[in-house]
Design a protein around this ligand. Structure first.
Ligand SMILES: [Zn+2]
Length: 383
């Protein structure tokens, strides 16, 4: 058996024993990463000259898990979905699928390390769940320890150990360069027609009152236009003063007859006071992803709704789903926890939200106040 030789470079302190944060984190990351290579590819012995991602990508993924276990405040770079966004939305002519021979890869770090590590994290947190993912990933490691797995062996084991069909995910994330951009295109609010004239006629009346004013009629009003009906009583008839929204005894009688025909279940649904929201999402990026929604209600509470990626089997590139909830919804946000690497967040909210950003005052020559590291500054401050 061969033993890997692991070499750590960099991470040296200054002469006074201090070091800056970047040096510290670089050193910690490289140690975690290189130790991980004992497993990928030394024990689970894939061919890195052919498929770099099989050792670097998988190892970067376990590096990410280890960094989080070391310190929850650790500035992990590769793993979280939000950190791959800049790469995913980049120039496609400078990108190639992860499934590209190692000699022909553009942007080696993002392609062979960052994107596969992020893909596994998305599978674990958003698509499969931790329990299924961890079991399948360990099963791959067990099955292929001291053997020579190819990409198919990895894909197949992840699927048959978990019982989850992931073909669509391998195709999008490993064999393509599409990015995720989901557009929360439309939200329509519906309510049940209660047939109760007291409610429905009031509703119709307010719908009419809430319509924008007609510009011509407004100008006529300001000019005190004297209409025929106003000036001449002979011009008036029944309909001049008829209020179609007034509830009559006949309306009430008809409603009672309608209620008498309903079953108990139908009556229950009628009285539930449910609110319905029909939500349409358009897939603009091409990459398939599950849909995660956060609904905020009038009283400030929230509800999370997660829809598996399989919904896209029904219709592409647009899907529509109806949510039935107990309260009025004031806002809906898509991918609220930034777990799908959606590259465009300005179309993820209903009503639309301004994505915060800031202008930096640009100075031509930046004169840094000091080249000290924070440890040196802290020492100087204490003296
Ligand atoms: Zn490596």
């Amino acid at each position: 058996m061969e033993y890997p030789m692991i070499c750590f470079n960099g991470g040296r302190p200054e002469k006074d024993g201090t070091y800056d944060e970047g040096t510290r984190n670089g050193m910690i990351s490289v140690i975690i990463h290189e130790v991980g290579h004992n497993f990928f590819p030394m024990i689970i012995n894939s061919d890195e000259r052919q498929w770099t991602w099989m050792d670097e990508g998988l190892n970067t993924f376990v590096q990410y898990l280890t960094e989080k276990e070391y310190d929850s405040n650790y500035p992990c770079q590769r793993g979280p979905a939000r950190n791959i966004v800049d790469y995913m939305k980049g120039d496609k002519s400078k990108m190639c699928p992860i499934m590209t021979n190692s000699e022909s890869i553009y942007q080696f770090g993002n392609n062979a390390y960052g994107k596969p590590a992020t893909g596994l994290n998305i599978l674990r947190e958003t698509i499969m769940g931790r329990e299924l993912f961890d079991y399948a990933f360990k099963e791959y490691s067990r099955r292929w320890a001291f053997r020579h797995p190819t990409p198919d062996d990895f894909f197949r084991t992840m699927e048959d150990a978990s019982g989850v069909d992931l073909d669509w995910f391998w195709r999008g994330w490993f064999y393509g360069t599409d990015h995720c951009d989901m557009n929360l295109k439309e939200v329509k609010a519906f309510r049940l027609n209660t047939h109760n004239p007291e409610i429905e006629k009031q509703f119709d009346r307010s719908q009419k009152a809430n319509k924008p004013k007609d510009v011509s009629l407004e100008k006529d009003r300001k000019e005190n236009l004297e209409t025929q009906v106003k000036s001449d009583p002979d011009m008036r008839d029944f309909y001049t003063t008829f209020d179609p929204y007034e509830v009559t005894t006949l309306d009430k009688k008809e409603y009672e007859e309608y209620l008498a025909k309903l079953s108990d279940d139908e009556k229950k649904l009628m009285q539930s006071g449910k609110f319905f929201y029909q939500v349409t999402v358009e897939n603009k990026g091409g990459l398939i992803m599950p849909l995660v929604f956060d609904l905020q209600f009038k009283d400030g509470s929230h509800q999370e709704i997660r829809i598996p990626a399989e919904i896209w089997k029904r219709s592409e590139p647009e899907v529509t789903k109806v949510f039935s909830v107990n309260q009025e919804v004031v806002s809906i946000s898509l991918d609220p926890w930034l777990e799908t690497a959606d590259v465009e967040l300005s179309n993820n909210n209903w009503p639309a939200k301004v994505v915060p950003s800031r202008f930096e005052l640009f100075k031509e020559s930046r004169q840094g106040p000091s080249r000290e590291n924070p440890m040196q500054r802290a020492k100087r401050a204490n003296n």
